[in-house]
Design a protein around this ligand. Structure first.
Ligand code: ITT
Length: 195
């Protein structure tokens, strides 16, 4: 059971994705940090890595807001497609969607894939820092589950007891997710630096 921790730090999280906010809030239950989501209409650059995209976005956000702030960028990297959609995940999700990704993988045997989550943090007194978290697994042949968001219904993590992320409640996904892993690194760094 989670203990009630007094919140002594407030962090801004620049994202337009409410699901990310919910997952991060849940993750932070055991830490003295609360977050406030800020939806900024910035341009998302097309970088080659999630780290590059997160770092670019946080600099844009920081210029606009002028306060310590973090961003998070995730990509789904499919091995047989050379890592595609990777940094193009947002565009691919909006255009061909899950159905399109499943079509690309029709009759493909090696369905290994990895989620990569990069969290970038920027504050006036420091250089931008970035933390990576990954979760490896495979792409199923059809959607399973109703929870989560994005590509969750087709991604079965290796350590997920044969369930997709969409078949898990937030608590279960948060035990093993890429976002939890990047957040854990970020929060550990943050509390050392700012406590
Ligand atoms: P931001 O405002 O934070 O950028 P976004 O939804 O555009 O929100 P990303 O660019 O990080 O987020 O995500 C790229 C795509 O990957 C997007 O379509 C998401 O729905 C999907 N995605 C991100 N995290 C995911 C997760 O934990 N599980 C499944 N799909 C995810």
């Amino acid at each position: 059971m989670s203990k009630t921790v007094k919140k002594t730090h407030l962090l801004l999280f620049a994202t337009g994705n409410i699901h990310k906010i919910k997952e991060v809030q849940h993750f932070l239950r055991d830490y003295p940090i609360e977050i406030k989501g800020v939806a900024l209409k910035g341009k998302e650059i097309q970088g080659e890595t999630v780290e590059e995209i997160a770092e670019f976005s946080v600099l844009q956000a920081s210029k606009k807001i002028g306060k310590p702030i973090f961003t998070e960028d995730t990509g789904l990297f499919i091995k047989l497609l050379g890592g595609f959609p990777g940094p193009f995940s947002s565009y691919v999700y909006k255009t061909i969607g899950i159905t399109g990704v499943l079509k690309l993988l029709e009759s493909v045997k090696d369905r290994s894939a990895e989620f990569r989550s990069a969290i970038a943090f920027c504050a006036p007194d420091i250089d931008t820092v970035c933390f990576l978290g990954t979760s490896s697994g495979k792409i199923l042949i059809k959607e399973q589950g109703i929870h989560g968001f994005g590509f969750d219904p087709i991604f079965e993590p290796d350590d997920g007891k044969n369930k997709t992320f969409a078949e898990m409640e937030i608590e279960e996904k948060n035990r093993i997710s890429h976002r939890t892993r990047s957040m854990r690194k970020f929060v550990t760094w943050y509390l050392k630096h700012y406590n």
